[in-house]
Write a protein that binds this ligand. Structure first.
Ligand SMILES: [Zn+2]
Length: 206
């Protein structure tokens, strides 16, 4: 929304997003959306893996919009796949940051496993940008992940929630932690005027 601060996103997070998009969309797909979202400087030139500021949240939001537009009806599914790839990237490349290096969750109950990985995501995001306002909501009967600084929907308006990439990352995280696919639903979204984006972890998918 217009009064939200347009925070900077660091290189390593943009690299993670673009690498994941490249895996899912291929070079041509990625290059096309980089062009339409004004990020052509990253064509064949991914940002380095460091903590320097890279792009603004509003530009990251434009990239998400461009991917959705590029694929039309398939856009939401593509963004979810990119989100899943992005969590896998974090496990592979940023295990220490995510707090998953050498961790065994097998002995924990399922709810504790989900809490563990969602807290890991919150902490990793806060470490990479202290301005991030994210937390785990475990007050109700369902666990949920909340962020009031979500970059995906920055400056965007919609009647329905639109942070599909985030839904993908969280569902992949829950699957990583539990070994089962759970439904993840975005119940609130800044783009529709809510105070935060909220992703609720639901029942196991059969
Ligand atoms: Zn959002």
């Amino acid at each position: 929304m217009s009064n939200r601060e347009d925070a900077m996103i660091i290189n390593s997070l943009v690299r993670q997003a673009l690498t994941s998009a490249q895996e899912v969309m291929g070079d041509n797909g990625l290059n096309a959306v980089l062009r339409t979202s004004g990020l052509e400087r990253f064509i064949s030139n991914l940002p380095p893996n460091n903590l320097e500021p890279s792009i603004q949240a509003s530009q990251y939001a434009r990239l998400n919009q461009a991917i959705e537009d590029f694929y039309g009806r398939a856009g939401k599914g593509m963004l979810r796949r990119i989100g899943k790839a992005s969590f896998q990237y974090a496990v592979r490349e940023q295990a220490a940051l995510l707090g998953v290096a050498g961790v065994a969750l097998k002995l924990l109950p399922e709810k504790q496993r989900i809490k563990f990985i969602l807290n890991g995501m919150v902490d990793a995001l806060k470490k990479s940008n202290p301005q991030v306002d994210a937390r785990l909501d475990d007050g109700g009967d369902k666990l949920a992940y909340i962020e009031s600084t979500c970059a995906i929907c920055h400056s965007r308006h919609s009647e329905t929630p639109i942070c599909y990439l985030y839904v993908g990352s969280i569902s992949e995280a829950v699957q990583w932690a539990t070994g089962k696919e759970h439904q993840v639903v975005e119940t609130h979204c800044l783009a529709k005027g809510d105070l935060y984006c909220r992703f609720e972890v639901g029942a196991t998918r059969e």
